[in-house]
Design a protein around this ligand. Structure first.
Ligand code: AHR
Length: 510
């Protein structure tokens, strides 16, 4: 069998774009145990005075999440934000229709904004364009962002929040193309409503940025016509269009599963093309950029959840979407992060869906600790070391075919140059399930750079999982990486996530 290998050339002048740190964003929805028993659990030994779990906050802070989308998701399409503000005792309980749960409204936007500040994240707020519309979105924006002296800003002040939350990024609804969405719409209906809402919102606060709702997945029949039609309506006011994508290894075919990030690539390219088509048609000057504001692996819990919602609806914080992630899931999460970095010129936001308990890197036990799932690690590494400028590597990799995909690179990689810190990080996944692969990289452009470390996430068992009791899948240091005469040489272990960090002269202690 022919030898498998990878060759790469990187050069500090070959720049794709400065990375918007918000590509390392996440998402918290009022869903399952994401909020209640997730970030908020009064009575838990680690809870602060406001009921926020400090053990969870520590893990979120470690991830350094720049932006968190809130409050949904499907939840937002029938959400009445007014239920969640003011004295907690007076807040109503509601039938939450998206997930057939009981929403107690103990946590609302003020509490969430306070929590987000504590963990160092900005809030990305979604408005309800399912069962509500222009005026409610305006009221919410006035409540959140207007200084004082008006009905809703004064209401906020009366609720104890003198300073406006100054929320910059707003989503115009959620997955409005989906039949499951409350108040779902045709592209024309959504386009008109989103246009009118966006226009009014920018009159209230011209500083905000708006995300027009894109397709719920590439599998939707209306994709990409949805983007073409809706963006033609919203182009003047929208800054971004949303993309959502979830994968699962339903056929127990790991090679095929790990090739799925090629669909992420295809999705991004198609949406960019559609945005540019609309720009040309409108004779416009600005680009619509991409907000990949829901992405992850999601399948382990699906069937059980459908049954649970049918059999036992209207529970408070039921355990829903609690995927326990395997090691192979972490590899696909790494591959998707690599894909976002490679498109840093147009993908400006991306939210790992979600953050706590619900298809999440962080899990909690109601009567125990918070703990890290396998997918925590590629997300942590990308957020920590993926800040700076995305470089365009010249990458040659031997290839393979899978059930659904041809010419799949054995190794995929992205490179980030942090000019300020004088560091370069190579993120690479070896998709090959059989062989370690020789990796050489020409780094002559980075004169004087030395190896800081080569972090690797690998496990002989693709289905290994972590738990509150045991971190079976954890990063380790690789010891076989060398730099000689401007060439970096290493072996990327079979089925592995790799983070190779270089720094200028004697940076080893960094
Ligand atoms: O993240 C879980 C759900 O997935 C969200 O509520 C919805 O927007 C998407 O379908």
């Amino acid at each position: 069998m022919a030898k498998k290998y990878v060759k790469m050339v990187i050069d500090k002048e070959f720049k794709i774009a400065k990375i918007d740190k918000r590509i390392y964003g996440s998402f918290i929805e009022h869903l399952g145990r994401g909020v209640y028993e997730g970030i908020y659990q009064p009575g838990h030994p680690s809870a602060d005075r406001d009921g926020f779990r400090k053990d969870v906050m520590e893990l979120v802070k470690e991830l350094n999440v720049p932006v968190i989308r809130y409050p949904g998701g499907n939840f937002v399409s029938n959400y009445f934000w007014e239920d969640g503000v003011g004295p907690v005792k007076e807040r109503p309980k509601r039938l939450e229709l998206a997930w057939r749960s009981l929403e107690t409204n103990e946590v609302g936007l003020n509490e969430f904004a306070k929590w987000a500040k504590l963990v160092g994240s900005d809030v990305m707020m979604a408005v309800n364009l399912g069962t509500r519309g222009v005026s409610d979105a305006c009221n919410l924006l006035e409540y959140c962002n207007h200084e004082a002296g008006t009905k809703y800003s004064d209401l906020r002040i009366g609720h104890g929040y003198k300073e406006p939350h100054k929320i910059k990024t707003w989503c115009l609804g959620n997955e409005m193309d989906g039949a499951w969405q409350l108040g779902s719409k045709t592209p024309e209906e959504y386009g008109r409503l989103a246009y009118e809402t966006a226009k009014a919102m920018k009159l209230i606060d011209p500083e905000i940025e708006l995300v027009s709702c894109g397709s719920s997945s590439t599998g939707m029949k209306t994709f990409p016509e949805w983007e073409a039609v809706t963006l033609e309506h919203t182009y003047d006011y929208a800054d971004y269009v949303s993309l959502h994508q979830y994968f699962g290894n339903y056929n127990n075919d790991t090679a095929n599963f790990l090739a799925k990030s090629m669909e992420t690539e295809h999705f991004i390219k198609t949406v960019i093309a559609t945005c540019d088509y609309v720009k040309a048609k409108k004779r416009g000057k600005k680009n619509i950029n991409l907000s990949f504001d829901e992405w992850n692996v999601w399948y382990h819990s699906r069937r059980a959840d459908d049954d649970a919602m049918k059999r036992k609806p209207w529970q408070k914080a039921p355990a829903l979407l609690e995927d326990i992630y395997t090691f192979e899931d972490a590899l696909l999460v790494g591959l998707m992060l690599i894909t976002f970095i490679k498109h840093a010129d147009r993908v400006k936001m991306a939210c790992l869906a979600q953050l706590v308990n619900v298809i999440a890197p962080i899990m909690t036990k109601a009567d125990g600790p918070a703990w890290k799932q396998t997918i925590y690690y590629p997300y942590l590494h990308a957020s920590r070391y993926g800040r700076g400028t995305a470089l365009q590597p010249v990458l040659y990799s031997t290839r393979h075919d899978t059930r659904e995909y041809t010419d799949v690179f054995d190794v995929d990689a992205a490179v980030v140059y942090n000019e300020e810190a004088e560091e370069v990080t190579i993120f690479a996944v070896n998709r090959d399930l059989e062989d370690d692969i020789e990796f050489t990289c020409d780094i002559r452009s980075f004169d004087g750079y030395e190896l800081i470390e080569h972090i690797i996430l690998a496990n002989g068992d693709l289905l290994a999982v972590n738990s509150a009791a045991k971190q079976t899948v954890e990063p380790k240091k690789a010891e076989n990486t060398r730099i000689e005469n401007g060439t970096l040489t290493t072996y990327l272990g079979k089925a592995s996530w790799n983070v190779i960090r270089l720094g200028k002269n004697n940076m080893k202690e960094k």
